[in-house]
Design a protein around this ligand. Structure first.
Ligand SMILES: Nc1ncnc2c1ncn2[C@@H]1O[C@H](COP(=O)(O)OP(=O)(O)O)[C@@H](O)[C@H]1O
Ligand SMILES: [Mg+2]
Length: 385
């Protein structure tokens, strides 16, 4: 559905009572002779605007309000506000019945946050401001309601708090381990064997690597948000690169086996080796992490006429069907894996998807809960590859 341009409505009279707003004394002409009228201001306003009479009936419903609610002015004018907006809180309880500022019997300005459910069932988070005019005996005379889509603001807020929560949690663990081991080694009253010292230093090194991976992942994410990822394209041998990543990860994780198998004729492709290394690392790391029962992680590939495909499979915990698309969203972690047993931030697959898209490819998952997952990404073949 294409949303109507605010300019479509310029000629429409927004006041259903038929006020001659174009003729009002406030109408002004600019140097080009264009009449700036109240009606134009109302129609062009980016905020939803609604006027109510003393019986709570809608008398004005501007185009921004139509876009927000998915309702047409001609269908709602004359109806009682609560029968149209059905304003709800986050728990689906009606706000019209509980905190309607129109029922307060006092002139004033009132802010309300709520959710409007559109006819297409889409929910819109809105911030409303009610300017209410009451008579001396407390009867409603009129009200003007400004309505703003608050979704993007609240989403930004949510992302912000999720980032802080997940990052501080992920930073805390390695920092605590590094501090505890360094503290132990530094104790003046203890004599440690060489093996103990080496073990503790290795653990400190591992945890420092984890910290540094987390920081580079965060930096990557902020570059992605700023749209600032540039690829350093060159001809690369993906099977060789996959083997290198697998060997590196197998050194750290001795409890799983990683098998890498590509057909001999797998062609070289144009890609950015650093970012494809990041994609392969994320996918293989996940396969290892979410397969707590040991088992083999398989990395392989095949080709079609136009693309090459790389797949990473495991026999781990799997992903419920309803969550399989969501795992590529920023910070999303499926509930079965967001426990302490599987540390993480939910950024890995978000980064993978962006990097694969930057190469003109696709990434997806096939998975069965309790049985395992298979992540696959495609990259376009080089024309002479
Ligand atoms: N191989 C896998 N098996 C099961 N679940 C997975 C697998 N890979 C990813 N997931 C799910 O997708 C979520 C997002 O993955 P990712 O973005 O890499 O974040 P993180 O690894 O930090 O949790 C994980 O938290 C997990 O719920
Ligand atoms: Mg991950």
């Amino acid at each position: 559905m294409t949303s109507p341009s605010p300019y479509d409505a310029i000629d429409r009279d927004p006041v259903s009572s038929g006020n001659e707003t174009d003729e009002s004394p406030q109408s002004q002409a600019d140097s080009h002779g264009l009449q700036i009228t109240e009606a134009m201001a109302v129609n062009l306003s980016a905020d939803g605007l609604m006027a109510l009479d003393d019986q709570y009936r809608i008398r004005l419903f501007n185009p921004a309000m139509e876009r927000l609610t998915g309702l047409k002015s001609q269908d709602v004018c004359g109806l009682v506000c609560s029968d149209v907006l059905h304003l709800k809180d986050g728990h689906d309880a009606s706000l019209c019945d509980t905190i309607c500022p129109l029922a307060g019997k006092h002139t004033g300005s009132y802010d309300v946050e709520g959710i409007i459910v559109r006819p297409d069932k889409k929910k819109v988070d809105v911030d409303l401001n009610f300017s209410v005019l009451c008579s001396e005996d407390g009867g409603l005379e009129a009200a003007i309601v400004n309505v703003r889509d608050a979704g993007s603001l609240r989403q930004a807020d949510h992302i912000h708090s999720t980032l802080l929560a997940s990052v501080s949690h992920e930073l805390q663990t390695p920092i605590s381990i590094i501090k505890a081991y360094a503290n132990t080694l530094a104790r003046a009253d203890a004599k440690w064997s060489e093996d103990t010292i080496r073990d503790k230093l290795l653990a400190i090194e591992e945890e420092s690597d984890r910290l540094s991976r987390l920081v580079s992942r965060l930096m990557f994410t902020s570059r992605l948000s700023a749209g600032a990822v540039s690829l350093n394209l060159m001809l690369i041998d993906l099977p060789k690169q996959a083997r290198r990543v697998a060997t590196r990860l197998a050194e750290v994780d001795k409890s799983h086996e990683i098998s890498v198998r590509f057909p001999d004729d797998f062609p070289p492709i144009m890609g950015d080796p650093e970012t494809l290394d990041e994609v392969l690392t994320n996918l293989i790391e996940n396969a290892l992490k979410f397969s707590p029962e040991r088992g083999t992680v398989t990395v392989g590939g095949w080709t079609s006429e136009t693309d090459v495909y790389v797949t990473v499979g495991d026999h781990g915990i799997g992903i419920a069907e309803g969550n399989q698309e969501k795992v590529f969203e920023r910070f999303y972690r499926a509930s079965e894996s967001s426990t302490g047993a599987f540390p993480g931030t939910g950024l890995g697959l978000y980064i993978c998807r962006n990097l694969v898209h930057a190469h003109g490819g696709e990434i997806w998952v096939a998975s069965k809960q309790g049985a395992g997952s298979r992540f696959t990404f495609s990259l376009p073949r080089t024309t002479d590859g």
